[in-house]
Design a protein around this ligand. Structure first.
Ligand code: ADE
Length: 236
């Protein structure tokens, strides 16, 4: 299969994602060539013999800031005219299903993971098209966040998930959370699979699943429940 999405991931810690990219569904898509994912060490674009990539912040304050030169050079080296360049940071736009679907349609993504107290603002101003956060918490660096982004985007690249159907059963499809799933045995540790699932009545099963979804969504995510109109942006 020809490559549908190329991703260049720029990080100070390539080892944090290399194992992940070899495993499971993503590993299979990389092997098949559907995804072309290249991980680069930002230090390779440092120009001094100690390969230094950070410095003290102007104006003072705690921590270190990633220097602009290696980051400009790294992005220039890997970008292409149709690339979308994304910086992973806690103050970015929050990742959701709609964004993942949008990004899955872009042929080339350059993902930049930050570290320390952040990166020089000039990189963000000149070399970044979109800033993305994976949630309202601060990670020690953006590499795991980039892996999360790769994972969720890849699910929407045609052919990555063998079974297209499973996407429609996701939590967040139709702005609701998923229903409970059971497999054999029918009874385990004194707990029985709900009778309706053994009934063979597909209409009843469907009704039960929808009710379970509505109930879980109301209890756990009232924000989704309130906004679950058919036109909602969480709709895949
Ligand atoms: N880097 C540190 N925290 C992050 C977050 N929540 N999302 C994306 N990148 C980050």
């Amino acid at each position: 299969m020809s490559t549908l999405l190329r991703i260049d991931l720029l990080t100070l810690f390539p080892g944090m994602v290399e194992g992940y990219l070899r495993e499971s569904i993503i590993g299979r898509a990389v092997k098949a060539g559907t995804l072309d994912i290249r991980v680069h060490n930002i230090r390779d674009w440092a120009d001094d013999k100690h390969r230094i990539t950070d410095d003290r912040p102007f104006g003072g304050g705690a921590g270190m800031v990633m220097k602009p030169e290696p980051l400009f050079r790294a992005i220039e080296a890997v970008q292409s005219p149709d690339a979308q360049r994304i910086y992973l940071c806690p103050d970015g736009e929050r990742l959701n299903t709609a964004m993942a679907r949008e990004l899955a349609a872009v042929p080339h993504l350059v993902l930049l993971s930050g570290h320390y107290e952040g990166i020089d603002q000039r990189v963000r101003d000149r070399m970044i098209d979109r800033e993305v956060s994976i949630g309202d918490y601060v990670l020690t660096n953006g590499t795991i966040a980039a892996a999360v982004l790769v994972d969720v985007i890849s699910r929407y690249v045609p052919g990555v998930l063998g079974e297209e159907k499973s996407l429609t059963q996701d939590s967040f499809h139709d702005s609701v959370l998923s229903f409970p799933q059971y497999t054999r045995p029918v009874e385990y540790a004194g707990q029985r699979v709900p009778d309706v699932l053994l009934s063979g009545n597909h209409q009843e099963i469907e009704r039960w699943r929808r009710a379970q979804q509505a109930d879980k969504t109301r209890r756990r995510r009232p924000d989704l429940h309130a906004s679950s109109a058919p036109t909602n942006s969480l709709q895949p």
